[in-house]
Design a protein. Structure first.
Length: 338
């Protein structure tokens, strides 16, 4: 049955590639970039450090969790990519396995939550003033915009992965389904779950975060980077809770503009120092035949440090330098008073 699905998928890929052209290929690669991990990371940093710390943290946790889940499933199923089975559909090179589509799952997680958390917190001017141009319509234009972001962009990204020959249609459908379900779960359950976890002792919160990450990494076969970032994010938030509050990304334009380069320099410097130290440790231990995968462990550690820097240390530096303010009230990331 799966063989017939893959053969059908190759036929679908071949059909769309009949319209192949350099311009269309470039466009599809550009579309795919808007679901690239580097793009997400940059956007989350910008939102978390410069605009809305609560929404940025929530989006960051969602997209990192979705990526770690995708990696765990891929490494469990280990399905080769379409161009490995049929080189005639090759357009671009992609590493790793095929099922489910990580770009599709990431897009279906990120963009609905972005529309809900960022675009959903404010209405357009015409809606606010009740003008016919927007509020007078059955479906206001601002709602149409949110739907386009939440649904159309993930679908377009999924199509680009099929055209480029790096995923079967079934990979894309599974990725989109997992992503939309993840986004829906975060919308429905984040606030009640955050309210419950916020009442736990920090030690129990740390244990729960560690169990979640260990469970994901268990199926990831050494691909531990996303699990490390997720742990760093969660531990950073727990440290803010221990301080009795959080921090606000509000501030003047100058303060916001200064945070991004300052934070980027701090994170990049520490990250590349840990990369150098990890390479040194691996070289020293090369002849010792360690019982565990040292490279994977060090990879996990440096990405965990990077996540902690992003969520806790850099904002703490911003507050100390007067570039941001601490929030006096202890709230969770759904805005629930603890």
């Amino acid at each position: 049955m799966m063989e017939s699905i893959y053969l059908w998928g190759l036929e679908v890929i071949g059909f769309f590639q009949r319209f192949q052209s350099p311009a269309l290929t470039f466009l599809m690669q550009l579309v795919s970039f808007f679901s690239d991990p580097a793009f997400y990371f940059g956007l989350v940093l910008l939102l978390y450090w410069c605009f809305d710390s609560h929404a940025g943290f929530r989006l960051g946790v969602a997209i990192i969790f979705s990526g770690a889940l995708n990696t765990a499933i891929k490494e469990t199923l280990r399905i080769p990519r379409p161009f490995v089975r049929d080189p005639s559909v090759f357009i671009i090179e992609e590493s790793g396995f095929s099922t489910p589509s990580g770009h599709s799952q990431g897009a279906a997680t990120f963009y609905p939550l972005f529309a809900h958390l960022v675009m959903g917190v404010r209405h357009c001017r015409k809606c606010l003033h009740g003008k016919k141009g927007c509020n007078g319509k059955k479906i206001p234009l601002c709602v149409v915009g949110k739907l386009l972001v939440a649904v159309a962009i993930p679908l377009l990204i999924g199509f680009s992965r099929i055209y480029l020959g790096v995923h079967y249609p079934s990979d894309v459908l599974l990725g989109l389904s997992l992503g939309f379900l993840t986004a829906l779960a975060f919308v429905l359950f984040w606030q009640p779950l955050a309210a419950v976890v916020g009442r736990w002792q920090p030690s129990l919160q740390l244990l729960a975060a560690a169990v979640l990450v260990v469970a994901l990494n268990h199926f990831s076969r050494g691909q531990s980077a996303l699990g490390g970032v997720l742990l760093g994010f969660l531990v950073g938030r727990i440290f803010w809770s221990r301080r009795g509050g959080y921090w606000s990304a509000q501030g003047t334009l100058v303060q916001r503009l200064l945070r991004l380069p300052l934070g980027a320099v701090v994170v990049a410097t520490v990250f590349y120092v840990t990369v150098w130290l990890a390479a040194l440790l691996i070289e020293v231990a090369a002849g010792l035949s360690p019982t565990m995968n040292l490279a994977s462990l060090l990879d996990f550690a440096r990405f965990a440090i990077a996540g902690f820097l992003v969520v806790y240390l850099c904002p703490a530096v911003f507050v100390r330098l007067g570039l941001a303010m601490a929030e006096p009230a202890a709230t969770d990331d759904a805005g629930v008073q603890q």
